[in-house]
Design a protein around this ligand. Structure first.
Ligand code: PMP
Length: 372
């Protein structure tokens, strides 16, 4: 029996249309896009530009405000380290939140060791940050605000539009890690200076992402090499993946997200008698459910259903750690709730039939484990 994939917040399968678009760039159009003295390099420049344009369209920016990276982890590192390096004479304070991805939190922790001050704003019980709390955290030393577009564990959508306005009023650089929001909700970089995104969350290949850098916003590079990407992110262009990310961006559709949302709500309705929701029911990205299964150890449940369903206990980036989810704890819950919560991530390829199977497998498994 096929194991039903319900971990689309962790990663998504490459859409076949994306794969087909990428294939010619391995063995035929394989040139180095910086070797522009001959056709092998030259022919790739329009393709890279086209990919930038497709990505830019999704977030309403210009193609030349997109630079390619290896993924959102690198984009987050570049955005934060690059900004503080640029502005460290101006101030030493950063505002972020306690529910960010580890690729933000661990950079901030490193900066604290280097003498920067960081304020970690906490969300309300439903996992949503309040823009007034971000505003209150600002000091005359604040040089950067970094708040995610949507949370990767509990799916909650954050008020980045409002925070962008606050940051702009105060003249503070505003970065958002929108790896989970990109392609799932309507995004616009108006009042945002820096935005991290990742291809593998939207049915593109892994190992490619981008950082939107608003024209005029200056950041320092964190790696050094050749002249690619205006020297902000040197390294030979990963053309097959860039083309794939471009195609994946062309294929994102908010209409499709409506269908995913309906499937998610349908699933939640049928499970709700047995579980409690973490996060906000309405203010969340389509596809994500994070469920507290009282009196059931999440790892035991995942193990119990693993021959039928692929679900997770939270972020894949933390799954080698035995600590409880920092996101569930940040909502004000105890370790017990964190150790008994599972994440279900539905996606473009999830079917109604699969939802029925999820219900039919999960409910008996929960009952069984409760009765042990
Ligand atoms: N930020 C968020 C919110 C994410 O969900 C992820 C992926 N788990 C990342 C950053 C890291 O992205 P990547 O895998 O592209 O490095």
């Amino acid at each position: 029996m096929k194991i039903i994939y319900c971990d689309n917040n962790s990663t998504t399968q490459v859409d076949k249309k994306v794969l087909n678009e990428m294939l010619p760039y391995f063995c035929e159009k394989f040139g180095n896009a910086s070797s522009i003295d001959h056709v092998y390099g030259n022919e790739l420049l329009p393709e890279i530009k086209k990919a930038r344009e497709s990505i830019a369209k999704v977030i309403n920016c210009d193609f030349d405000e997109i630079i390619f990276t290896s993924g959102a982890t690198e984009s987050n590192n570049l955005a934060i380290m690059g900004t503080v390096e640029q502005l460290k004479e101006k101030g030493n304070h950063i505002v972020t939140s306690s529910i960010e991805h580890k690729s933000i939190l661990n950079v901030c922790q490193e900066l604290e060791k280097r003498g920067f001050q960081v304020t970690y704003v906490s969300p309300d019980k439903s996992g949503v940050l309040k823009s007034e709390d971000i505003k209150s955290a600002i000091t005359d030393q604040t040089i950067l605000i970094s708040i995610m577009g949507a949370n990767n564990e509990i799916g909650t959508i954050q008020p980045i539009k409002e925070i962008g306005i606050i940051a702009k009023e105060k003249g503070i650089v505003f970065h958002t890690d929108s790896a989970q929001a990109f392609g799932k909700i309507s995004l616009d970089v108006n009042n945002i200076d820096l935005m991290s995104i990742s291809s593998h969350k939207v049915y593109g290949p892994k190992g490619i992402g981008a950082l939107f850098i608003r024209r005029g916003v200056k950041i320092k590079p964190i790696i050094f090499g050749g002249g690619q990407e205006g020297k902000i992110r040197p390294g030979t262009y990963n053309v097959p993946s860039i083309v794939g990310f471009g195609k994946a961006s062309e294929l994102v559709s908010l209409k499709n997200q409506e269908l995913i949302k309906n499937l998610t709500m349908n699933l939640y309705d049928r499970l709700s008698e047995h579980v409690q929701l973490n996060g906000d029911l309405n203010n969340r990205i389509p596809g994500n459910l994070n469920l507290f299964v009282e009196d059931v150890d999440s790892k035991a449940l995942i193990n119990e259903v693993k021959t039928s369903l692929a679900i997770s206990a939270g972020s894949a980036c933390n799954s080698d750690e035995v600590t409880p989810s920092h996101v569930i704890l940040a909502l004000g819950y105890d370790d017990n709730r964190a150790y008994s919560s599972i994440r279900i991530g539905l996606g473009r390829f999830t079917t109604e039939e699969e939802i029925n199977k999820v219900v039919n497998v999960l409910i008996p498994a929960i009952k069984k484990l409760r009765n042990l």
